[in-house]
Ligand binder design. Structure first.
Ligand SMILES: NC(=O)c1ccc[n+]([C@@H]2O[C@H](COP(=O)([O-])OP(=O)(O)OC[C@H]3O[C@@H](n4cnc5c(N)ncnc54)[C@H](O)[C@@H]3O)[C@@H](O)[C@H]2O)c1
Length: 436
């Protein structure tokens, strides 16, 4: 089997996850040939996954891209506001791409990238990893089988989880939506994509409401200092106490952001005093009621699709995991975290005609990475075959397909901000005009 040469631009958390999984594939399918990131430790961690191979290191995307072509495919895992430039330049240089979502945090740039990828006939796979989870693939298969009948409407929820919300969207990298992306794009473009994929029609109309209600100064406990390391009076009862990063919130949360060479590579990791020292200055040590966050902690979206299917979506910080209900002409299919907790099964179908209930249990690859419901490992396992497809348009999560989730997310955000129903036919045309 001819291995695919793989490079990485931005060697933080996500590129690390993909490279680690790719390096474990048997038989080996990828050769890591080049890594670009200003932080040397991050490049070193990824290099350690591949023994005996010389990997070229670069301290920036541009220094890598100014060299001769060193790989077949580049993973672009930089932050949301730095996808467009390296992605465009890499495509011009002849690279195919594995591009993190969001494609860009600017919709016009999303459309420009998709157009250029088509012109250059580049394979650009967007990391919409939920398309590669066993559960959503099972749902797709059940819908195709016809037992649910025609889909009439659908309801999906995404419980971000209170700690995840504070880690990423209050203290963390996506708290300031101006610098990163609005919540509906940063977190829920996965859900936009899954809803679009399961419905199988284009969305024509969207409305949305959402607020930042809880993680703001008005809810700060009396006497709470700016940092949890400064002796908070409610430290023992606060579920967001940053000192929990030392114990129950160490893995995967601390690991994902406190990634010095010591913490990742030494068996024992960093000492408590090193972590406390880090919390005294890092964004992750701040009181969650005293951050510079503006990402919403709850949002709802209503959708109408081309042939009349309707859908609703709720994102909330205060629940954990995703759930879905699909209402068909023959019965109702429900699945996700809540159904699993209550029934022990992943999916349940209630047949309207005879009241018979069917269950499905989803098997996970025991050697795979369970993150994103098995999506990360499912994604990496599919990459080789997708990248070898003759027609880039046949890829499951091509940029051309993924544009739709981004249009839906931006339209929802526009509706939330302006209190209007957005006609997507007009919205798409206006954005296409701006990007052409
Ligand atoms: N697919 C998913 O489910 C999923 C989940 C989380 C995050 N994401 C997305 O993945 C992307 C990366 O997120 P992350 O958490 O890995 O971020 P990260 O901050 O851990 O990694 C980004 C890396 O880019 C590096 N970088 C900065 N400037 C650079 C430059 N000029 N050249 C090369 N490298 C540079 C940084 O040093 C850092 O190591 C984001 O767009 C994020 O929204 C996707």
């Amino acid at each position: 089997m001819e291995k695919i040469k793989l490079a990485g631009i931005g060697c933080g958390n996500r590129t690390n996850v993909y490279m680690n999984l790719a390096s474990k594939l048997m038989p080996p399918k990828f050769d890591i040939t080049a890594l670009a990131d200003p932080i040397k430790e991050r490049r070193d961690i990824i290099s350690s996954y591949q023994q005996g191979n010389r990997i070229k290191h670069f301290d920036s995307a541009m220094s890598f891209l100014s060299e001769e072509k060193l790989a077949d495919v580049v993973i672009i895992g930089t932050q949301d506001d730095y996808h467009f430039k390296p992605a465009m330049e890499a495509m011009e240089k002849g690279y195919d791409l594995i591009l993190e979502k969001p494609i860009s945090n600017n919709l016009e740039e999303v459309l420009i990238l998709a157009k250029r990828a088509a012109e250059l006939n580049r394979r650009v796979i967007i990391c919409h990893v939920l398309r590669y989870t066993p559960i959503y693939n099972k749902i797709k298969e059940i819908l195709k089988s016809g037992i649910v009948g025609e889909t009439v409407s659908l309801n999906a929820t995404e419980g971000v989880g209170a700690w995840h919300q504070t880690h990423s969207f209050v203290r963390g990298k996506w708290s300031d939506t101006g610098k990163s992306s609005p919540m509906i794009l940063a977190k829920s473009c996965h859900d936009m994509d899954i809803i679009f994929w399961l419905v199988g029609q284009k969305c024509i109309s969207i409305s949305s409401f959402g607020e930042l209600s809880h993680f703001c100064s008005i809810n700060a406990p009396e006497g709470a200092p700016k940092r949890c390391t400064d002796g908070c009076p409610i430290a023992d009862s606060c579920q967001y106490n940053a000192l929990l990063y030392l114990t129950e919130r160490r893995n995967p949360w601390l690991e994902a952001v406190f990634d010095t060479e010591k913490s990742r590579l030494d068996e024992g990791g960093a000492s408590d005093s090193e972590i406390i020292q880090w919390l005294k200055t890092s964004p992750w040590g701040r009181c969650v009621y005293d951050c510079d966050n503006d990402a919403v902690d709850h949002q709802v979206v209503n959708f109408k699709f081309e042939k009349g299917i309707t859908a609703t979506f709720t994102m909330t910080a205060f629940d954990e995991g995703r759930n879905i209900e699909i209402f068909g002409t023959k019965g109702t299919l429900k699945g996700g975290e809540f159904i699993k907790k209550v029934t022990g099964h992943d999916l349940i179908f209630y047949d309207n005609r005879n009241g018979i209930v069917q269950y499905w249990d989803i098997e996970f690859d025991p050697d795979g990475n369970a993150s994103h419901g098995g999506g990360d490992s499912g994604f990496v396992q599919s990459l080789y075959n997708e990248l070898k497809m003759d027609n880039p348009a046949d890829m499951k999560s091509s940029i051309q397909i993924s544009v739709e989730s981004h249009v839906m997310a931006w339209a929802a955000e526009e509706s939330r901000r302006t209190n209007r129903v957005i006609n997507l036919l007009e919205y798409r045309e206006q954005t296409l005009d701006k990007s052409s």
